[in-house]
Design a protein around this ligand. Structure first.
Ligand code: GLU
Length: 548
């Protein structure tokens, strides 16, 4: 009886690994091409940190003419939820981070290196586990969960490093004969890796992000095939990333300490290890304490939050690039009109410790992103958003051609307005351009220098009767406001007023403020000329009649 007999008894139907090695040939890509992946569990929740990883992986594959694929890691079936895969696929799609290969919905996939869902790869893992058993590098372990717990309790009591290793690995030295006998007698077992490592030896490792790190060797005989027949993450990672041709494993840094184990698995399986890039988590400043963005405590940890708030996907992506490489900000300043896709991301320049998530900064990025959109684009996007989240706004936006006129005010020029940071801002931002909303607004008019109602009435009346003509171009329009200022005894030019302030009650700016506030109830609006053009003479007259 030898290891091969034992392997055949445990996995009688498993294929030889050469079958899979041939089925998944080396990828034919150009030198330096990065093959990488996003490998979430289908828990139904997409964390902003997951999107961040997906964005980085997609970008690196794009920059090197490589491949980005989506693998679903569903070997922990307790954590699964319904439609967990499509939730992930949809979230990536919304952000325009589409994988070249992998799952495309709940059950379908594309690409030649699949299946891309781990629960469908059972026979592949069995083949590689069998291969290890045949070489005496893995073995059946008959310890019950209670026995494993007992070992841990003893180790704790004796203050010894916990785990299944060395003398504590009870089943490691069971003979092949005994193992076969116990299996044939129907005893339950799992499969463990027989680690060749020693805790007192060190390994040196270079992580693409974290740099050089030293670790003790792994000496734990970890489980590779669980009682349910599925692999553990560690084993599946080695087998999958080998067969799928992954060159760079980009993942959360909670896995950094598993690197010694993973390198050992690659070594014992005879695989070339990938490069590892461990990303620090996105952090939050919580009353002075830096902590990870938490799914439980922080609404902004969920990718769905941004859609609800109406923060455009492009803004979120740009902001994430800001977090990924601090050089992005300078690049953006120097290349205001280039698409962010042209920025060259460098893994080696990512921060080693977690970057702080800053909502104010994100909204600022978002303002700039929105300012570069056309009025049509803003219309389409805010209308889409409103239909889901704000019925009143959706009603206002029904008249498309009017809405586009409103959104066109001070847009499409060199310095477009930057006053919308998310679609949830739109209603407040444009409400005065809609008579229903304007009338609903019972807040006091924001008059400035000129507060006296009689003067105000006189200004708007004179303006309408003598000066306003909707055919005027902007210069003529403004010249007429100057005329009006003169007629009212105010300085026609600010300069004049500044030279002799005692001669005037105010200047042309104060007059136009009256015209603005009387028309919109607000002191701050975009260009008054354009607002008047959009409202038109009748509506202007009506509003001026009603001023309070
Ligand atoms: N399923 C693992 C996780 O969600 C993937 C880690 C990896 O990318 O290898 O943490």
């Amino acid at each position: 009886m030898n290891y091969t007999d034992l392997a055949n008894i445990i996995f009688p139907n498993a294929k030889e690994i050469s079958y899979y090695e041939e089925k998944y040939p080396k990828r034919n890509l150009k030198e330096g091409a990065i093959v990488t992946r996003f490998a979430p569990s289908p828990t139904g929740f997409v964390h902003i940190g997951g999107l961040y990883q997906g964005l980085i992986a997609r970008k690196l594959a794009d920059q090197t003419e490589g491949v980005f694929f989506l693998r679903i890691e569903d070997t922990d079936q307790k954590r699964e939820v319904e439609n967990g895969i499509s939730g992930i696929v949809e979230a990536l799609k919304e952000f325009d981070i589409e994988p070249d290969e992998g799952m495309i919905n709940e059950s379908e996939e594309k690409g030649n290196y699949g299946p891309y869902k781990q629960s469908e790869r059972k026979e592949i893992y069995e083949a590689y586990a069998k291969y290890l058993i045949m070489q005496g590098k893995a073995y059946p372990c008959f310890c019950t969960p209670e026995e494993v717990e007992e070992i841990r309790t003893k180790q704790e009591a004796a203050q010894i490093r916990p785990g299944y290793y060395g003398v504590w690995a009870k089943c490691r030295n069971i003979t092949v004969e005994e193992a076969i006998k116990r299996i044939q007698a129907g005893e339950k077992y799992i499969v463990r890796f027989k680690s060749p490592g020693r805790e007192d030896r060190k390994i040196k490792h270079h992580d693409v992000i974290k740099g050089n790190v030293d670790f003790p060797e792994n000496d734990q005989d970890i489980v590779i095939i669980k009682a349910d027949g599925l692999p553990t993450y560690h084993f599946a990672h080695a087998v999958d990333d080998h067969l799928m041709g992954t060159t760079h494993v980009i993942r959360g840094d909670e896995w950094l300490s598993s690197v010694p184990l993973h390198l050992q698995l690659f070594q014992e399986l005879g695989f070339k290890p990938p490069k590892y890039a461990h990303i620090a988590p996105i952090m939050k400043n919580d009353e002075g304490n830096k902590r990870k963005l938490s799914k439980r405590k922080d609404p902004e940890a969920a990718v769905s939050y941004y859609a609800q708030e109406g923060i455009p996907e492009r803004a979120v992506k740009e902001y994430l690039l800001n977090i990924a490489n601090s050089s992005f900000e300078n690049w953006r300043r120097a290349n205001t009109d280039k698409p962010m896709e042209e920025f060259e991301l460098q893994l080696s320049k990512m921060s080693v410790s977690g970057a702080l998530f800053d909502m104010v900064k994100l909204l600022d990025v978002s303002k700039t992103v929105i300012s570069k959109m056309t009025a049509e684009e803003i219309y389409e996007k805010s209308f889409e958003w409103a239909k889901k989240y704000d019925e009143e706004l959706a009603t206002l936006l029904k008249d498309k051609s009017y809405a586009i006129k409103v959104f066109s005010i001070e847009r499409g020029n060199k310095k477009p307005r930057k006053d919308i940071s998310k679609w949830a801002d739109v209603k407040e931002n444009i409400s005065y351009m809609y008579d229903v909303e304007y009338e609903k607004d019972t807040r006091p008019y924001e008059y400035q220098l000129i507060q006296d109602k009689e003067t105000i009435h006189k200004i708007v009346k004179t303006y309408l009767e003598k000066y306003y003509d909707d055919k005027d171009d902007k210069q003529t329009w403004f010249d007429k406001i100057k005329e009006l200022a003169g007629e009212m005894g105010y300085a026609k030019e600010v300069k004049e007023y500044k030279a002799n302030p005692e001669n005037y009650p105010g200047h042309v700016g104060d007059i136009s403020t009256v015209l603005r506030v009387s028309l919109t109830k607000r002191a701050n609006t975009p260009d008054l000329y354009e607002i008047m053009q959009v409202l038109g003479k009748d509506r202007i007259a009506k509003r001026y009649e009603k001023i309070r």
